[in-house]
Ligand binder design. Structure first.
Ligand SMILES: [Zn+2]
Length: 97
């Protein structure tokens, strides 16, 4: 592993070479997983930026309020318990077309 130090506030660019397999899989180096707090089952977002693949952790959040805690699954969406409680306590009015 080689580490480049830009000398600004301890900022490091960590570079490491990993081989891609026949199925296109590549192992995220343990050190990077640690730095990003990645765990088994976490979602990663891949983007192509100026010829580089940028990989970032997808933080699950409430579809309604953006809260990242106490999430429950509902119809393929994540909703926090606060929003669930709020919906339950609200008299819902149907939107007329
Ligand atoms: Zn919410």
């Amino acid at each position: 592993m080689r580490t480049r130090d830009h000398g600004q506030g301890g900022h490091h660019d960590v570079g490491t070479a990993r081989q891609i397999d026949q199925l296109g899989r590549v192992v995220v180096p343990a050190e990077l997983r640690k730095m990003l707090g990645l765990r088994t089952g976490d979602l990663l977002d891949f983007r192509l930026i100026d010829g580089y693949i940028a990989v970032s952790k997808v933080e699950p959040e409430c579809a309604l309020c953006g809260n990242r805690e106490r999430l429950v699954d509902h119809a393929d969406k994540k909703i926090c318990r606060d929003c669930v409680a709020e919906i339950r306590a609200t008299d819902l009015v149907e939107v007329s077309a």
